[in-house]
Design a binder for this molecule. Structure first.
Ligand code: ADP
Length: 760
């Protein structure tokens, strides 16, 4: 029985491997697929060998046709196993799936073997299969092994050796086993060999299990979450740092324009410079983290290259100040004026290089050259900045673009910097598919050359002329009306100070709700500057509500400290007309003013009719404004102490707004949220004034008043509060004899008018 025990043990062994293999979720690869087929085939082969053995031990059956067929099937099993093994070797060697080829090979080999004659040799009680059919199997095996060896030799290196271990084992163990079987044909060792090879394959197969991948994906998710948290943190930090910076820069700028002593002016300049440095650092850190999180996007659009270069020259001149450097500018005159690309990033790249040149050059010159190569509709901008500064050691040049890396530290102890500028510049140049080259002679100077390709939109377009024309206009708002919406009073002050000199008529409010109230009351503004991060109602939410109003056409500009990269785009996508980051940069502010004031002014220039309408508005302003301010003075110390007021509204938020507005007048307020509750209260107590909402479920304002009038001795004045438009309101007031009317939202003055009239 020795022969069958090898086969039985091997069969159990393979079944165990199969159970372990299939019990784990795995990625389906060609190797895995072949391996699982080999296991199934081996199990089938094992069962067949055992069956065959029982045919032999049951005397007489070995002569039968069943034994013949069973022997043939076993031979086909051997052949198929060999083919699958070769298929496996080809899969790990060529990383390609030759499935069809191997199917054909299996079919043809099977057919050949089936038709070849099969003989038997008697060995003791066993009939051992022999003859051409068996030789064909041996020869096929030999060929498969040779092909496998060739494939192995072609692919073999340190990394792949492990994968070929089953093949090497197959050759060695298979060789020995064939020899043993030859000497003792009673021993059936083939299944034993197959099980060992399968066992080896189980461990050598490249088998990333799903669990591991799931862990990797969980880790990735966690990392993404952490990254998100980092971005949020940075965005908040940016906001928090920018808000006080806004006040510092804004006030310093305005202080500079006041009549202050020279010594103070110097200090103010230092404050501005230090604040701008701090701002640059904040921006740099934000940029680099955006780049690292792959969140930095290149936003392409049409732009006027000439105006960008002019601006860069102006900025650099300002930076050079009285440093006494010669600034040579050499810009190719044939440069196409309208290009397509990310102008903001292009400007940032060039400005970084120019700023460094100014920073690291004490005396001598800075040479700024822009040349172009035009091919088809592509313009290659070649920008070079050469300076006669401290230069960079040759060995330091490779470190130049690493973040937080500052070179020549001993030479530049007094020069401020973070070592982020060039790292950002390089990343941006890469993102724009450009190139940057550095040449330097230590102690003599450096030259940075950048090349960036941009699409040409127009060589000499109208747009540019318009831009140029508009730029030359003197900015004066002629009393155009501006509303600043910001929850931070200090920010309002800064913006007011900065905008004042452009002769704007400035109003402000500290919440989205107030802004909505103003607009709903038909107050006309030419521009609204809107902060975003405000409690209760953010700038975005306010804008959404504003846009829902019929005929709302006022340009709304996001004025926000939320200034990380990409924010501008986000705000524009939200529907804001433009974007201004805090701290407010004078240049940016002027750009916006030019853009929107010019719009207003050009409208007025184009049509006399508009001019007239505008002058009417101006009259309105002059009539309204003094009244407002004088009213304000009066109301500051107004008090209706001891007066009892009942406010009725089904909307809790409206109740809160009314309570808040009334609080200042030291009245005692009772709020209820339905008509029936109002009637109950009125029966209990006599109120000095009742504010009654118009639209409420069950009992509306008018029906409630009807009911109130039926109460014995009821004579409290009742004011109708309604959010509906003026239409039909007068009818209601007359029909139901309300004592007054208050629109929702109401202005302070309107409320005071009612209180004055009805409480005195
Ligand atoms: P930062 O200027 O904030 O230190 P950068 O990334 O812009 O950071 O520059 C990295 C370093 O490269 C600088 O610290 C300086 O040593 C060197 N460097 C950059 N530009 C120049 C230049 N034009 N001349 C000499 N050294 C330069």
């Amino acid at each position: 029985m020795a022969n069958i025990s090898f086969t039985s043990c091997s069969l159990v062994f393979v079944i165990i491997i199969a159970i372990v293999f299939f019990s784990k979720k795995r990625i389906i690869t060609i190797e895995n697929d072949i391996f699982s087929r080999m296991m199934m085939l081996t199990i089938f082969g094992g069962i067949l060998e055992i069956f065959n053995y029982f045919l032999v031990v049951n005397e007489g059956l070995e002569q039968s046709i069943i034994y013949y067929i069973s022997s043939k099937i076993i031979l086909v099993y051997y052949l198929s196993w060999g083919i699958l093994f070769l298929y496996y070797i080809s899969a790990i060697s060529c990383k390609k799936n030759y499935k069809k080829l191997f199917i054909w090979l299996a079919v043809i080999s099977t057919l050949v073997d089936v038709f070849l004659p099969l003989n038997y040799i008697k060995d003791g009680m066993m009939l051992i299969p022999n003859g051409p059919s068996v030789y064909f199997v041996y020869i096929s095996f030999l060929v498969y092994i040779i092909i496998s060896l060739i494939l192995m030799l072609k692919n073999l290196n340190k990394n792949t050796l492990k994968q070929y271990l089953p093949l090497l084992a197959y050759i060695i163990i298979g060789g020995i086993a064939t020899l043993i079987e030859f000497l003792n044909p009673n021993l059936l060792l083939m299944l034993f060999i197959h099980s060992i090879i399968l066992y080896l394959m189980y461990f050598t197969i490249e088998n990333p299990d799903v669990q591991m991948l799931e862990q990797v994906s969980l880790a990735k998710e966690a990392a993404e979450k952490a990254n998100h948290a980092k971005s949020d943190f940075l965005s908040n930090m940016s906001h928090e740092i920018r808000t006080p910076l806004n006040a510092i820069v804004g006030f310093s700028e305005s202080l500079k324009e006041d009549n202050i002593p020279e010594s103070a002016r110097e200090k103010v300049n230092d404050i501005i410079m230090a604040s701008n440095n701090l701002l640059e650092i904040v921006n740099g850190i934000l940029d680099i983290s955006k780049i690292e999180a792959n969140k930095l996007e290149i936003i392409n659009k049409e732009y006027d290259i000439k105006s960008i270069l002019d601006e860069l020259v102006a900025l650099t001149k300002a930076r050079i100040g009285d440093k006494g450097l010669e600034f040579r500018v050499n810009i190719d005159k044939s440069i196409p004026r309208v290009l397509y690309g990310d102008n903001v990033r292009l400007k940032q790249i060039i400005l970084n290089i120019l700023t460094n040149a100014v920073k690291y050059t004490k005396e001598g010159y800075i040479d700024f050259t822009v040349s172009t190569v035009v091919k088809d509709n592509i313009c290659r901008l070649i920008i070079s900045v050469e300076d006669s500064g401290i230069g960079i050691k040759e060995e330091s040049i490779p470190k130049l673009f690493s973040k937080f890396e500052r070179l020549n530290v001993e030479k530049q102890l007094t020069i401020e910097g973070t070592g982020l500028g060039l790292a950002i510049t390089k990343k941006l140049v890469d993102l724009m598919n450009g190139k940057i080259i550095v040449q330097s002679a230590y102690g003599k100077g450096s030259k940075f050359t950048i090349s960036i390709d941009q699409r040409i939109i127009a060589v000499e377009p109208q747009v540019t002329k318009q831009i140029a024309a508009s730029e030359s206009k003197v900015v004066d708002a002629n009393g155009a009306r501006i509303l600043i919406v910001d929850d931070n009073e200090l920010n309002i002050k800064v913006a007011t100070v900065l905008l004042k000199k452009y002769h704007f008529n400035i109003e402000s409010c500290t919440s989205g709700l107030e802004c909505l109230a103003k607009i709903k009351n038909n107050t006309k503004y030419d521009i609204i500057f809107m902060d975003d991060m405000m409690p209760k109602m953010t700038g975005r939410e306010t804008l959404k509500k504003l846009k829902e109003l019929p005929d709302f056409k006022i340009p709304v500009i996001a004025l926000t400290a939320n200034a990380i990269t990409g924010m501008k785009q986000e705000y524009l996508e939200c529907g804001f007309d433009d974007y201004l980051a805090k701290p407010i940069e004078k240049q940016e502010l002027e750009r916006i003013i030019k853009k929107y004031v010019n719009k207003i002014n050009s409208k007025s220039a184009n049509s006399n009719m508009y001019k007239e309408t505008k002058s009417i508005f101006e009259k309105e302003f002059t009539i309204e404004l003094p009244i407002l301010s004088s009213e304000k003075k009066k109301t500051d110390n107004k008090s209706y102490k001891g007066k009892e007021i009942l406010v009725v509204d089904d909307n809790d938020l409206n109740l809160k707004i009314a309570e808040k507005a009334l609080e200042k007048y030291e009245v005692s307020i009772t709020s209820v949220n339905s008509g029936s509750a109002c009637i109950e209260k009125a029966i209990e107590k006599k109120y000095d004034l009742i504010f009654l909402d118009d639209r409420m479920p069950e009992l509306d304002g008018c029906s409630t008043l009807e009911n109130l009038n039926t109460i014995d001795g009821f004579d409290s004045p009742v004011v109708l509060m309604t959010a509906s438009t003026q239409e039909g309101v007068q009818d209601k007031l007359d029909k139901y004899h309300f004592d007054g009317f208050l629109p929702k939202p109401f202005k302070k003055e309107q409320l005071e008018e009612v209180l004055d009239k009805l409480l005195k």
